[in-house]
Write a protein that binds this ligand. Structure first.
Ligand code: ZN
Length: 299
């Protein structure tokens, strides 16, 4: 049987078919349509096209840049803004004639890595995305922890734990309306902003991470310390078997050697460093996780 996964991105939308062994049977990519009606038609065409080519019917899961509102199932918090307030799942189910599962892209990332990626075989997985923003998803025994309000694992908008006096007074405002969220400290733009605040110089997160300059290295050390405080909070609650990192900042190799002992230091008597690893599937995690939204027994 076929598992179809769709990753709905801001500029590109991708469909992937996973065979039962987890291998990729098909992959197609289109530009994300500019309006809702065109999107629904394009998704229908993608699914029909894939099934014609593969000669069978599949389950359909989709990674979305937002979540479904509790109760109404209308999309909220999507940066592809025409999705907000739309009953996306119901509209897709109607046109495709089958149940469809949707999940936030960070949850799909965690599910992909937990299914056959860096956290394969682990019971509790905390997936972290740190790139243009900070997101997260929790997978327990192969299932996404969506939560009562669809924000399970969304640690990007917790306040930075144990802030210094300077971090309190300089905490940037977050787009969500709160000040000092993890997202404004530990995202790529957050790193660049912190570097500028301290040094007065402009540099991108990639430039800072790649540099051996004293000020750049100090900025990365501050980033790692902030990540460690926030991860220790999550570890105290979830105690995950594995923390998998994704997004642009996950390419900073120092994270994997320096974060575990720091998280242990900030955590509650862990008795050892947590396992923190880099993702395996990279940019494919959204589409792979979407396909994995339907477990074996339902396919
Ligand atoms: Zn926020």
């Amino acid at each position: 049987m076929i598992r179809l996964g769709i990753d709905l991105g801001g500029t590109k939308t991708e469909i992937m078919a996973l065979a039962t062994d987890g291998g990729v049977a098909l992959r197609r990519r289109i530009s994300t349509p500019r309006d809702y009606g065109s999107l629904i038609r394009a998704l229908d065409e993608l699914v029909q096209g894939a099934e014609t080519e593969l000669g069978g019917r599949g389950s359909v899961g989709m990674a979305i840049p937002g979540s479904e509102s509790f109760g109404s199932n209308l999309i909220k918090n999507a940066n592809t803004t025409y999705l907000n307030g739309k009953p996306l799942r119901q509209d897709l189910e109607k046109i495709l004639g089958r149940p469809v599962r949707l999940a936030n892209d960070a949850n799909c990332f965690a599910l992909s890595e937990a299914s056959d990626g860096a956290a394969e075989g682990a019971g509790t997985v905390f997936g972290v995305i740190a790139g243009t923003g900070v997101g997260g998803g929790v997978v327990i025994d192969g299932k996404v922890l969506g939560g009562a309000h669809g924000i399970g694992g969304e640690w990007g908008h917790i306040p930075l734990p144990a802030p210094s006096a300077l971090e309190v007074t300089t905490a940037p405002l977050c787009y969500c309306g709160k000040r000092g969220c993890l997202e404004v400290w530990c995202s790529g733009p957050g790193l660049a902003q912190d570097f500028k605040r301290v040094t007065g110089r402009e540099a991108s997160a990639d430039q800072i991470a790649a540099s051996n300059g004293t000020e750049e290295r100090a900025a990365v050390i501050r980033l790692i310390d902030r990540f460690a405080r926030a991860m220790a909070t999550m570890v105290n609650i979830l105690d995950p078997d594995v923390i998998v990192m994704g997004g642009g900042l996950s390419n900073i190799d120092r994270l994997y050697s320096e974060l575990p002992p720091l998280v242990e230091k900030y955590g509650f008597n862990l008795g050892g460093p947590p396992r923190i690893v880099k993702n395996v599937h990279g940019d494919s995690s959204g589409v792979r996780g979407a396909a994995w939204l339907w477990p074996e027994e339902n396919v």
